[in-house]
Structure formats: C-alpha cells, structure tokens
Design a protein around this ligand. Structure first.
Ligand SMILES: [Zn+2]
Length: 307
C-alpha cells in the first residue's frame, strides 16, 4: 500500500479566507490534489488572540522564531481590538462554492475562532450549540446544506461540543492531536461521533525549533509517511502555507508525490472507517502540551477496546 496523507486545511482568519484559500486552491489544482478545508465563518478576532498569547508561556519565544507579524500580517494582529473584527462569512459564498466545485471537502472550523479557542472548555452545551448554529447558518446560505464535518479551533475539544456535534448530523470531526481514528471517551461517556485526529506536527510549531527549516519539516513528514502503516493527517493553515510559506508547501506536496503518496479527503476516510465501525477503538481525551505550541491542546489517550 502506498503511504496516505490527508490534508486538513484550517482557515482561521479573514486574510486566510480571502488570500490563503485561493493560493492553496491553485497549488492543489496544479497537482490534482483534493483536500479538506475547515473554515471559521464568524468575526476575525485575531487581535484578541495576540493579547491572549502575550500572557502565555512560550509566546515571545514563538513570535521571535516564526516572525509572526510577517507571517500573519499586521492588520490581522489587530482585528477585534484596535480594528473592528471583520465577519469572515459575509460574502464568502463564491469562495466556498468554488472549493466545493473543485472537489474539496468543505467543513466548519467553528464560528468565532478566538472565543472557541479561549473558552470552549468552560462553555455549556447551549453556548456551543449557538456557535455551531451561527456557522451553519452561513454554510447553508451558501452551500444549500449543513456542513457534515468539523475541526475544532485550536484543537480544543470538550464533552459538550462532541455531544452537540453527534446530535447535529455530523459524519465525523477532527478535533484532537493523536495517532489514529477513535471514538473519544470523556469520563465514563463514549461519544458516538468518529474522531480523526491530526497525527503530524504543524509547520508553524516546528519552524525555527532547534533550527528546523521548511526542508527539515518536509523530511520529517516524509519519514513519518514512510514508516507509518496508518494514514497520516497533516494540519495546514491557510494563513501560513497559503501565505508566506506557500512555495515551501508546494515543494512538500511535490516531494510527497514523487514518493507515490496518495492524498485523501478526511470525509472519504471517515466513510471507509464507519463502514467497519466496530473495528474503531475508543480512547480518552486529555489536555496536553506540544512542542512549539503555547497553551494546551486536546490529545488522544491510549487506545482501549471498542465498547
Ligand atoms: Zn484554527
């Protein structure tokens, strides 16, 4: 079997939506690759995130390492604080329909990315439901049906949000960092919605870490694909790989293709997995830290037998 790689493309910001998506769509089209896009459709409050991360351990070091202002653009760093927060979903129809027409999967990446990232773990199910409903409203307006897949902003995953997704007709979600698909357990409760975790580190996490450059990152991805018997999932950010690092991203895809890597959309893999649902194991979800990322993210625990 050739190595398999799912591209999970998160769109967090107005700039990522307006500039990153077209750039990535062009790179993918030139290589006949179909990917899974997850879009935040609410207000772009990135500026608030900048103030939040200033207080977090490891932030200044990361700003220095990744040259964040050059990476994200200065305007984005002030949205929702000094500048009003633009609503990404307003006027987003053409771009969303273009992605779907090109054969890409289009899922949701929450409504207000910053609110989800900072407050999900204390949000009630009702509050989560409101975030999802607002995002779905835009989605249905432009694509004529509700989204069936979701990717949690900042890999923040809670029992309340998973229960809401499971009741909301979703096929699967990609909310955590882990190593293989599973059904997430919260305490004694096993969530009925399939989880397909991100299995690889992200470029923005490793860039500059111990001198890691984009070529080193590509080597790491290739070696993981080569060694691993299970398909891998790489999270890509429209603001980064569709922005200043787009040439490096195109190079990564070319290197993968030269090695015969097969690309897949996460929804297609979800259908394959759900056809043999009883083979999918259960695993607990816990908050953990990852190298190069400030704060904690939701991580997959050790595999348990299906219940
Ligand atoms: Zn995100």
């Amino acid at each position: 079997m050739p190595p398999r790689l799912g591209l999970k493309i998160d769109v967090d910001t107005w700039q990522g939506f307006r500039e990153g998506i077209p750039a990535l769509a062009e790179i993918l089209a030139a290589r006949s690759i179909q990917a899974s896009f997850y879009v935040s459709l609410g207000p772009d409050n990135s500026g608030k995130a900048v103030f939040r991360v200033f207080r977090q351990q490891g932030f200044l070091e990361k700003m220095w390492r990744t040259r964040a202002p050059a990476m994200y653009g200065l305007r984005t760093m002030f949205y929702g604080t000094l500048l009003p927060a633009p609503v990404i979903g307003e006027g987003a129809g053409e771009t969303l329909r273009g992605l779907a027409a090109a054969g890409h999967e289009v899922g949701l990446h929450g409504y207000d990315h910053v609110r989800w990232h900072d407050h999900l773990l204390t949000m009630s199910r009702k509050e989560v439901s409101r975030e999802l409903a607002r995002a779905q409203e835009f989605y249905i307006r432009y694509l004529g049906r509700p989204a069936r897949s979701f990717a949690a902003p900042g890999w923040q995953c809670s029992a309340a949000h998973r229960a809401e997704l499971a009741a909301g007709g979703f096929l699967y979600s990609s909310d955590t960092r882990g190593y293989a698909p599973y059904f997430p357990r919260f305490g004694a409760e096993v969530n009925a919605l399939l989880e397909i975790p991100t299995t690889l580190p992200t470029l923005d996490e490793l860039l500059g870490f111990n001198g890691c450059n984009p070529d080193d990152f590509t080597e790491l991805v290739l070696s993981r694909l080569h060694k691993s018997s299970v398909p891998q999932v790489l999270t890509v950010h429209a603001e980064v790989e569709g922005g200043p690092l787009r040439l490096e991203f195109a190079n990564l895809l070319d290197r993968c293709r030269a090695l015969g890597v097969e690309f897949f959309r996460l929804e297609d893999w979800a259908r394959e997995l759900l056809a043999e649902q009883d083979k999918v194991p259960v695993a607990a979800v816990r908050q953990g830290r990852l190298p190069g990322r400030a704060g904690t993210v939701s991580c997959q625990g050790p595999l348990e037998a299906q219940q």
